[in-house]
Design a binder for this molecule. Structure first.
Ligand SMILES: [Zn+2]
Length: 401
């Protein structure tokens, strides 16, 4: 292991109390969405001791910090998201959420704490930096497009003379052993779009369906036709998932309802497949309805794009994690996850990567441990120094010139 990597990890470990302290403070006071005033205040307080220029979002509670190195150079972005989820915490931890019905169940509290830990390490190493580190602290990752708001407000050009030219993010997960880093080049996470189809029939008496236009069998036929569409039209090597998660019609047994609603999600791993399947869901829905002399109204609710890691940067993450943490703690993911992530918006504009930091409590099995978004999920805080060091090392390597 190179001496500088060992020293960086040791420095992250020596500072672990502060990292854990911030994490627990955030964990007690979780907030959901784009407006996170308490969380933002804690982030600003943590940046206040550092030589970091801080700006806050105009339309959201985002925070952007800029650390200038000793010499000029490019600008490298590190992201931590900071929003929580609307779920009641049942972990019994002594720093569990004090806010009813809200919990840091996706570990974004750990992301903020690790990012601030990395900011402290990098501030001490400004002499080694040629360029700027941008700390992107974003709200609203959980479905609120927080990253897109920050990009719209000029995130990439926050240092006008040197637009952001590389980016890195970490996400904790209990799916992996604590302290391991897991990444892959190319598609890392899926796109996730929602859609609805409303089948418009004509209501009537259940005993005389020929006098009505029953949307219920049409809705059922659409569900099956969508599954046939996926298996017959989609290349298995560029896959798609179409799930109808909600199907609603009618009020009781002797009434034919006027409408039926289907509400579903589409997951894909390429922009081309995404566009193709969105169009296919609309086409299948509308045409099955037309076959029965009815109409179907399709609405798309746009979700996150595919998260695509730059292959070279992903390989660099794997090598860096090996050097920092040991080869047995760094692995290449064989397949993507079909969840979605709004760091995808950043990676559409800037080459970079997102990696998973394993944080399964050591007494649990990653196969069966409560996962992200569970009311019972616990993340192992002993993993945090590894994440702090990896964030810092990615920036040091990018700006080491
Ligand atoms: Zn998350």
């Amino acid at each position: 292991m190179p001496a500088d990597a060992t020293a960086l990890l040791a420095a992250a470990r020596a500072d672990a109390d502060r990292t854990v302290d911030l994490r627990r403070r955030l964990h007690r006071r979780p907030e959901v969405g784009l407006h996170l005033p308490e969380t933002q205040a804690a982030v600003l307080e943590a940046f206040a001791d550092l030589p970091v220029e801080v700006t806050t979002g105009r339309s959201t509670s985002s925070v952007v910090g800029v650390l200038r190195g000793a010499r000029p150079g490019p600008t490298y972005l590190l992201r931590g998201d900071m929003d929580a989820l609307p779920v009641q915490e049942d972990t019994g931890l002594d720093f569990a959420s004090e806010v009813p019905g809200v919990m840091h169940a996706c570990g974004h509290d750990t992301h903020v704490a690790m990012l601030l830990g990395a900011a402290r390490l990098l501030a001490e190493r400004r002499d080694a930096l040629a360029g700027q580190v941008v700390f992107m602290v974003q709200p609203g990752e959980e479905g609120f497009h927080g990253a897109r708001h920050m990009l719209d407000e000029g995130l990439v050009d926050v240092v006008p003379e040197a637009p952001v030219s590389g980016a890195f993010a970490l996400h904790v997960s209990t799916m992996w052993r604590s302290g391991t880093v897991n990444v892959r080049g190319g598609a890392m996470m899926a796109s996730a779009d929602q859609w609805t189809l409303v089948v418009h029939g004509r209501g009537g008496h259940a005993s005389t369906p020929h006098l009505a236009a029953d949307p219920v069998p049409v809705a059922a036929e659409i569900v099956l036709a969508l599954q046939s569409m996926v298996t017959r039209r989609v290349d298995v090597f560029d896959p798609a998932v179409v799930t109808v998660g909600r199907l609603e019609a009618g009020t009781t047994d002797n009434i034919i309802p006027a409408t039926a609603l289907l509400h579903g999600t589409i997951r894909t791993l390429s922009p081309e497949r995404r566009a193709d399947v969105l169009a296919a869901v609309q086409r299948v829905g509308e045409h099955v309805a037309r076959a029965h002399d009815m109409t179907a109204e399709f609405v798309r609710i746009e979700g996150y794009p595919v998260t695509v890691n730059d292959a070279g940067v992903a390989a660099q993450v794997t090598a860096t994690a090996s050097a920092l943490l040991g080869e047995d703690r760094s692995s290449v993911m064989p397949v993507p996850l079909m969840g979605a992530e709004d760091f995808s918006y950043v990676l559409e504009q800037v080459p970079g990567a997102m990696a998973f930091l394993g944080a399964c409590p050591p007494e649990l099995d990653p196969e069966t441990a409560p996962g992200n978004h569970s009311n019972l999920v616990r993340f192992d805080e002993d993993a945090l120094p590894a994440g702090v060091a990896l964030y810092a090392q990615m920036a040091l390597q990018a700006l080491g010139g």
